[in-house]
Each structure stands twice: as C-alpha cells, then as structure tokens.
Design a protein around this ligand. Structure first.
Ligand SMILES: Cc1cc2nc3c(=O)[nH]c(=O)nc-3n(C[C@H](O)[C@H](O)[C@H](O)COP(=O)(O)OP(=O)(O)OC[C@H]3O[C@@H](n4cnc5c(N)ncnc54)[C@H](O)[C@@H]3O)c2cc1C
Length: 484
C-alpha cells in the first residue's frame, strides 16, 4: 500500500526530494508521485546554449541524440550503398549536416520538454538548479539565478549521474579534442577522425562519422575487441565494422594528442612500438566516472567507494536512513534502463510497496549496423563457471525477413544449461538486435528454458524467428538451418 502518512507539500518540505533529473532520477520522481507522495526533482543540467533541461546525459547528450544521428547517418549510407540493390536509383545524394543536426536537436528538445509535461501531470515539483544533501535529510537548493532555499524531505534520492573520463594524454583543452557530447555536435564532417576507445559509445560515434564520410581510426588500449561481450559476437561484429572501413587498432595505448596547424598529432604505443597519426578531430570515449561534485555536505554521512561511486546495497540504500542513490552514480552498468529500474524500485520501496531490480537480466545494446545486443552470461562466462552448457546459433543469412531487408549479417545465439535447460545468455548481432533482445530478457526474467522458447510460436517471416531457431539449434533441432 502506498504510504498513507503523506507529508503535505509546503514550499520547502517534501516527502521525497530527488537530486538529478536524468533517466534514473525523473522516473523515481514520477513513480513516487504516482505513489501519492509529495515530490520535488532538482536538476542542474545546462546545454551548450545555456538552456536548462531535464533528462540528464541520456536525453541531452547521450542515448537520444546519438540514436538520432545513427539513424540519419545510416540512411545516408544506405541510400548510397544499398538502394541500387533494391532497384532504386538515386543520384546526386548530398549531405545536409545542418539539417541532420537540427532534426536531432528538435528530437532532444521535444523529449526533454516532455519530462516537464510528465512532471506536471504527475504532480512533481521541478526545481532547476543545484542540489546539495546536508545532514538530517535537508537539501540546499541553489536555483540557476543564484537564489538559495533550504528544503527538507523524509526521503532523498541521489541520482547525480556520471561524467566523461578525461585522458591526461588527450585533455579537453582544445576544440579539436572532444568528449562524446562534443562529437554529437560537430558542424562539419571531419576528414580524419580518431576515436580513443572502441567501447559502446566509441563504436556508435565512430559509425556515425564514418557513414558521413570521415576516415575513422579507433584506438583501443585493450588487446581484445569488445572484451565485455561474448567473443563469438565480438568477432562477427569486428568483421563487419572492418568491412565498413572503421580502422580499429587494438592494444593501442594513446600517450599524447597535440593540436597543431596541420591537425592533431596523436601518439600511441602498440606491440610494434610508438606510432603516430595525424587527424582533424579526436573523440575521447574511454568511459565515464560517477559524478558527485558538490553533491554531499561533509556531514551528510553518505559514503563513496574507492572509485567514487556512492556506496549502496542491493536495494540502493546508502546506509544513511532515508537516503538512497541510483543510476550511473552507483555500482553496476552505466545504462539508462538500469537507472530507470532502480528509480522505480526505490520509489516503490519508499512507499512501502514491493520493489526489486534484477541485476542478472539487464540487456546491453550497441546501436551500430549490424546492431549488437545481449543479456545474461557470455559463453566464456558460462564455460568459466564450470556448468555444462549447450549453444544454439542461427545466422540471419537463413532468415527470409533479414534477406528481404537486405540486412542478413550476423546471428542470434542462445547459451543454455545442459542440466535444466535454463537460458543463461542470449547474444545477437544483426538487424534490430536491440529490439529482438527484449524477448530474451522476458524469457530470462521468467527463468525460461530453451524448450519454452522452442514451443513459442513466432510470426513468419520475422527477425524474431532467429531467436526461436537459435533456441531450437541449442538442441540440434533447428528447422531452417543445418544443425552442427
Ligand atoms: C553518447 C552516449 C550514448 C549513450 N547511449 C546509451 C544508450 O543508447 N542506452 C543506454 O542505456 N545508455 C546510454 N548511455 C548512458 C546513459 O546516458 C546513462 O547511463 C544515463 O544517462 C544515466 O542516467 P542517470 O540518471 O544516472 O544520470 P545522468 O543522465 O547523467 O543524469 C544526472 C543528472 O543529474 C544532474 N545533477 C548532477 N548533480 C546534481 C546536483 N548536485 N544538483 C542537481 N542536479 C545534479 C545532472 O546535471 C544530470 O542532469 C549513453 C551515454 C552517452 C554519453
């Protein structure tokens, strides 16, 4: 039952104050209001043009603008490379980057303004400015115009997010060396682009600019490509990225980046020694760190771990009575949907309702072409666990729908336990993998077996049949591909 002991909202006191209005914080605020609690959500985000906006990194500088540009750049690429195969002749295709960026900004604006509309409908008080947690669940709020207010709450949720990691060897001190946000705002296509870090964000940004015409070199310090992913998946993806002209150099540790008249001189070390490269722009995409700057008063009692994350337990309690923390500022994958789930969980727990985040079943998606998506354990992780397992793989080459879409690259792979047939992991590289993975997430949430998937009817011809056939292949019972 929602908390009946609702504190009437006065100008300065609330049942719940959420600090941070990104994809972790704003859903927490909305759910808390749905639970009939009085709620304020404080957010300090400012865009490059000085405008304030809710939505955090995800809506303003991450998930949404990157997907807008990925979509546009993929269309630009396909119109040139693929349409002729369909029998569609297009000549004189040109790029209007200003329009592409305008469309992206329009989407971002609509989505971020949408949060204010959602807050209004739910009864959340939006406060734009800085929030600082003081002792005793007091919050100091400094509005963007400098005015200060002392607020108090029964419960405080910290959702301050993350910030890009800066490399000492390539600092963000010149306009040529940018972070992921800067790379989404280029006003012209760089002729030569270096992306430092071939992780999720680096691959997406590298793909955008490659499709729009840049020569892209990706420098990855690790010797393995996409070490976090199933390695069969990673190898398949790497093959396609290389074909697209992404020059991915592994085991390449950047030691310097110096802007000069002829471009930026990037120095890196690999197995062969010191290497040099001259480019027009450098994108640093080596990961993100938790952001807690000026968030906590010295006597707030909230603790950080050795990497700067706010310490929490499995249900996001900080250890200080009535103070919770969620999203990128706490342990776990830095993903918008992970933060959202934690936000909803916390708001329900605060209201005395049931709440849980299943950390074992969080999907990951990379929105490249082909798309990459997975959930659960990789084959390498299952092997290392010592549990006997089986694997089913179905190539999109054998999918009628993928063929019709002219996107038959990649495969779906199911890893399952030999003993009880439970699905342990699903890995997809191929068209709309990010959409297809939802079925696997649901299956794993319900601890489904491959037999459950095998006996589920999938519409024909759909891409989802690949997941069905991969489940069948785990028992060598695939119909539309040869069982090996
Ligand atoms: C280029 C890029 C692409 C990405 N693509 C995806 C994707 O496709 N899918 C995905 O799941 N994830 C993606 N991510 C990651 C995703 O953006 C983050 O995981 C997500 O934004 C984290 O949400 P959050 O609410 O924890 O933090 P944030 O989104 O960082 O929001 C935190 C908010 O809190 C505010 N804040 C911080 N401190 C204070 C304070 N003291 N007072 C007031 N306000 C404060 C910040 O200004 C910010 O608005 C991407 C990230 C990047 C950079």
């Amino acid at each position: 039952m929602p908390n009946e002991d609702k504190q009437p909202a006065t100008a300065d006191s609330f049942d719940v104050i959420v600090i941070g209005g990104g994809p972790a914080g704003y859903p927490a605020a909305i759910r808390a209001a749905q639970n009939k609690l009085s709620v304020a959500c404080i957010d300090e985000w400012k865009n490059h043009d000085g405008s304030a906006a809710f939505g955090g990194t995800c809506l303003n500088a991450g998930c949404i603008p990157s997907k807008a540009l990925l979509e546009s750049s993929e269309l630009f690429h396909r119109v040139q490379e693929e349409f002729a195969t369909h029998g569609i002749k297009v000549s004189g295709t040109t790029l209007d980057l200003a329009q592409m960026q305008k469309r992206k900004s329009g989407i971002v604006r609509t989505m971020t303004q949408g949060i204010l509309a959602l807050f209004k409908a739910a009864g959340v008080t939006p406060l734009q400015g800085h929030g600082k947690l003081l002792a005793g669940r007091k919050v100091e709020f400094t509005a963007h115009d400098g005015k200060r207010r002392l607020l108090s709450a029964k419960q405080v949720v910290l959702a301050s997010g993350s910030a890009p990691i800066e490399l000492r060897s390539a600092p963000f001190k010149s306009p040529e060396i940018v972070d992921s946000w800067g790379a989404l705002e280029f006003e012209s296509v760089p002729k030569r682009l270096a992306v430092i870090g071939a992780g999720v964000i680096g691959l997406e940004l590298g793909s955008v600019w490659r499709r729009l015409g840049s020569e892209v070199v990706m420098l990855e310090a690790l010797p393995e490509f996409l070490a976090i992913a199933d390695q069969q998946l990673a190898k398949e993806a790497l093959r396609h990225f290389k074909k697209q002209g992404l020059d991915i150099r592994l085991g390449a540790k950047v030691t310097g980046a110096t802007p000069g008249t002829g471009g930026v001189q990037v120095t890196y070390e690999d197995a062969k020694g010191v290497q040099q490269l001259t480019v027009d722009r450098v994108v640093v995409a080596v990961g993100r760190r938790p952001f807690t700057q000026d968030l906590l008063a010295a006597d707030s009692g909230v603790q950080l771990d050795e990497r700067g994350f706010i310490k929490v337990d499995d249900t996001c309690r900080t250890g200080v009575e009535g103070v919770w923390a969620i999203g990128d500022c706490v342990r776990g994958p830095m993903l918008a949907h992970k933060g959202k789930e934690e936000g909803v969980m916390v708001a329900d727990l605060i209201a005395g309702l049931y709440g849980e985040t299943n950390y074992k079943v969080i999907p990951s998606v990379i929105y490249t072409a082909p798309e990459i998506a997975w959930v659960g354990l990789t084959e390498e992780q299952v092997k290392a666990s010592g549990r006997a397992y089986k694997v089913g793989v179905f190539p999109f080459l054998a999918s009628g729908r993928a063929r019709a879409m002219e996107q038959a690259a990649g495969f779906a792979k199911v890893v399952a336990a030999r003993d009880d047939d439970e699905i342990l992991g699903v890995h997809i590289v191929g068209p709309l993998a990010g959409e297809l993975i939802a079925e696997a997430v649901l299956a794993m949430e319900y601890s489904a077996s491959t037999e459950d998937l095998q006996r589920t009817i999938h519409a024909h011809p759909t891409l989802a049949e690949a997941v069905h056939e991969a489940a069948l292949a785990a028992d060598k019972r695939a119909i539309d591909s040869i069982n090996r």
